[in-house]
Design a protein around this ligand. Structure first.
Ligand code: BGC
Length: 818
């Protein structure tokens, strides 16, 4: 096998798992645990960390980003016999195992190891609704003689505020505090003062010893790959006073041949009412911890929590289940894409192995977009998220670019003026209502900028978003870009020559010239959504007024935004064109092609088709569609961060996957089913199993970026997991390739299939109804004229009217002619 197609794992669809067969994947391949506020990131060797709600302010365990060796810090279990020591998860101990497997599943990760006749199975998960990671560890003597061994658990506490923890050493080397009681090791740093919470690490059996002080456990100048306590086979019973508190249990065991020992570890977080914080002076109230521990102190309880987790995920994923002739597509849509949608929805861009959890919080545009891949899964959460976002909107319709999940307040350090932000909320809200039929969200009273004296119905927030665009038009009557539009790195009003400045928050001059064609397309697309919503609400006058603005924008795009073969990208602060054949570099960009076509601009006069052929000619590669071409070879202060990246990386002509589904949708809108599908397959991980080593990042989830043609390493993927690619790819595949489009009156069906697919079956839950849908394509077409029947009854149009069909129904859609 050549190095280029070395494989590190494979899908196990029956179990909804990805099976990783090596601890030494090209990058750590991770999974996420937890959905409801308590989250863990866990790599294929159990590296990573966990936190409660906010990865910056409530970090439980330490992780060292971009350290050497990579992936340092995690939940580690050391096994030690007289002759050997190893890790139950393949690392950090360097001992090679006789066999190793990591199975990342839906909300859990399982590690199977075997060494010298001893096997272990470690399953880590966050039980539904709980604030704890549970680690179930079984150790089996597979040999013919009895064996003595020592087991050591290990994790390192983070002193809660992850930013401070990695920076403020003059304070935090003195604050660490712990308590030990029986088999529970408590972490109570800062509990003596302003914190009403603590964490703990427990095992459900008596222990031989423990350590809570890092240096005592590791030994001076030693790493987690070779702790002195493990080498010695003996804990030191250390109690941490400042420095770096850890939690490590030591358990000696003797296993008869064939004997299995099962241990349940709980890594938990509890909050305590201020009046009940102390059991006695200096001794914490342990009752809340004991209550949590009691839920998982037997194998049976843990197994049943695991069963509940499986059922939860299977039920959730079954809300939309597709069966097409292509297993790779099915696998993406039925399992991994939906799973990634949930994770991305939960965490926005805050905590991955590339987002350190101390920076960005929840992005306004990102979080709105994330809802489109998730609204069918847990709509209540989407409702709450949209209203949280709405509360960070300012009275003039603009938005804070980010907010912190714990406070839900707009992040003033970053501020706003990213002029695409506002309209994403129109998109997310309309999508939510079409999915749920819940118009009541529009009546919710929501403050502006979290100021409760300024409440207005959410509908008013949408209107102000719309108005914000029309109140901020430039010289060509196109939308002013502000600090940036969707492309955070196209900073047309920054003009920075100072390396100490942030590209995105530095804004110079009046900013009343640079205009964005991406926002123009977005405004037309979501402005039309807003108009349709107004009509639903019988606000016909408002709809008519908005239509005038949308029409004016279409006209402005036609007059000033068309470059001859494609849509321009922008006008810069000097009024010069960006993304034009007149430019030396950056002649054509993907965003304005995607958005203008998705808005329907140029569908009638051939511009849309022409723009897409230009995309194919200039931007498409085997690994996906590049963001722009030719790449910028020099830094240009009139363009900003985009030109700061080496050619082929990130926004400078990388394949920025988030925008590829826009082209998938655009091609489908033009009826090009094969082309649309082809683009989809170029970036979707389940189609790329043969190039795992080239891509490097997890082969089961999308990455933010794949290096483009100009890069030294084309095809290499970076920044996996938290990316708008997930929601958008799911949306493109489900809404446009399969054509399942929720609408106000019901579920509408407008597929644009690959011609080679004769039939597709879909199970879709919709507002509580169950539809078993068959799409038939007997003539080998992509799209055209359909015949729709529901329970055998022929329908006019292609919408399953919800009022009439709201129970269990059999739906057939036949593609009759082109
Ligand atoms: C940001 C997005 C942005 C994209 C393109 C991502 O890192 O989270 O908000 O749209 O980059 O610049």
């Amino acid at each position: 096998m050549s190095i280029k197609n070395k494989s590190y794992g494979h899908f196990d669809d029956a179990n909804y798992e990805y099976v990783i067969t090596s601890p030494f994947t090209p990058t750590p391949w991770i999974n996420y645990l937890g959905n409801d506020g308590f989250h863990g990131l866990i790599s294929n060797t159990a590296g990573g960390y966990c936190f409660y709600r906010d990865p910056k302010f409530r970090r439980l365990t330490r992780y060292r980003y971009n350290n050497v060796p990579v992936d340092t810090g995690g939940r580690y279990y050391y096994l030690k016999t007289d002759d050997d020591m190893w890790s139950a998860s393949g690392r950090p101990v360097e001992t090679e195992l006789d066999s190793f497997e990591c199975r990342h599943g839906m909300g859990y990760s399982r590690f199977l190891s075997r060494k010298g006749g001893i096997s272990s199975e470690l399953t880590c998960f966050v039980p539904l609704g709980e604030t704890a990671e549970v680690h179930k560890l079984t150790v089996t003597n597979e040999g013919t003689s009895s064996k003595e061994l020592s087991l050591f658990s290990y994790l390192e506490w983070c002193l809660w505020n992850a930013e401070d923890d990695g920076a403020n050493f003059q304070r935090n080397l003195s604050t660490g505090e712990v308590e030990v009681e029986g088999s529970t090791l408590f972490h109570k740093t800062e509990y003596r003062e302003r914190r009403n919470h603590y964490s703990f690490f427990h095992v459900n059996q008596s222990i031989t010893g423990y350590d809570t002080d890092r240096e005592s456990f590791l030994g001076p100048y030693r790493g987690v790959h070779k702790p002195l306590a493990v080498t010695n086979g003996q804990s030191t019973n250390s109690v941490a006073h400042g420095w770096s508190p850890i939690a490590s249990h030591h358990i000696n065991m003797k296993l008869a041949p064939g004997e299995t020992r099962e241990l349940m570890f709980v890594l938990g977080y509890v909050e305590v009412a201020p009046a009940e914080k102390w059991e006695s002076k200096g001794i914490i109230n342990k009752q809340p911890a004991q209550a949590l521990i009691a839920k998982f102190d037997t194998t049976e309880k843990v197994n049943s929590a695991l069963d509940e987790l499986h059922t939860y995920w299977h039920t959730l994923l079954n809300k939309c289940h597709v069966s097409t002739p292509d297993d790779r597509f099915n696998r993406a849509l039925n399992i991994w894409n939906q799973y990634q949608n949930m994770v991305t929805f939960n965490l926005s861009r805050s905590a991955s192995f590339y987002e350190s959890g101390i920076g960005r919080g929840m992005g306004f545009r990102d979080s709105n977009q994330d809802t489109i891949g998730f609204a069918h899964m847990v709509p209540e959460k989407v409702r709450e998220r949209i209203l949280d976002l709405s509360a960070t909107q300012k009275a003039d319709g603009s938005a804070y670019h980010q907010y912190q999940p714990l406070t839900k307040k707009g992040n003033s350090a970053i501020g706003g003026n990213f002029n695409d932000d506002p309209m994403w909320m129109v998109f997310s809200t309309c999508n939510y209502i079409k999915e749920t039929g819940d118009f009541s969200i529009l009546d919710e009273q929501v403050p502006f900028d979290n100021d409760d004296t300024t409440k207005a119905p959410h509908f008013e927030h949408l209107k102000r978003a719309f108005d914000h665009v029309i109140n901020n038009l430039g010289p060509h009557k196109l939308p002013l870009i502000g600090r940036a539009d969707w492309n955070d790195c196209l900073n047309l009003n920054c003009f920075s020559t100072d390396p100490n400045e942030s590209f995105q928050t530095t804004q110079r001059g009046k900013s009343d010239i640079a205009e964005s064609l991406m926002i123009a397309g977005q405004f037309v697309a979501y402005g039309q959504e807003f108009i349709a919503l107004c009509k639903q609400l019988n606000k016909d006058e408002l709809a008519a007024d908005c239509q005038l603005h949308v029409d004016a924008m279409i006209q402005a795009v036609n007059e000033h935004g068309w470059d001859g073969d494609w849509f321009l990208r922008a006008y810069n602060a000097l009024g010069d064109k960006v993304g034009s054949h007149e430019n030396e570099e950056g002649k054509i960009f993907i965003e304005s092609q995607g958005f203008c076509v998705m808005a329907g601009i140029g569908l009638d006069d051939g511009k849309a088709a022409k723009a897409l052929r230009s995309v194919e000619k200039h931007l498409a590669t085997e690994h996906g569609v590049m963001l722009q071409q030719p790449a910028y070879s020099e830094y240009d202060k009139y363009l900003g961060e985009i030109s700061s990246y080496p050619p082929g990386y990130k926004e400078n002509a990388g394949i920025f996957c988030h925008n590829n589904p826009w082209i998938v949708i655009a091609e489908a809108m033009l009826g090009n089913g094969d082309k649309s599908y082809d683009y989809f397959t170029r970036i979707t991980p389940s189609f790329l199993q043969d190039i795992q080593d080239l891509r490097k990042s997890e082969p089961y989830v999308y990455s933010q970026m794949v290096a483009g043609r100009d890069a030294a390493t084309p095809g290499q993927a970076k920044n996996s997991w938290l990316t708008g690619t997930a929601a958008w790819c799911y949306y493109a595949a489900s809404h446009y390739i399969l054509g399942i489009q929720p609408d106000y009156d019901g579920l509408s069906l407008s597929p644009c299939l690959p011609k080679s697919w004769p039939e597709v079956k879909i199970h879709r839950e919709y507002r509580g109804a169950q539809y078993d849908i068959t799409l038939s394509n007997p003539k080998g077409l992509s799209t055209g004229i359909y015949k729709l029947t529901v329970d055998g009854e022929v329908q006019i149009g292609n919408t399953i009217n919800f009022e009439r069909f709201n129970a269990s129904h059999k739906v057939e859609l036949t593609l009759e002619k082109a």
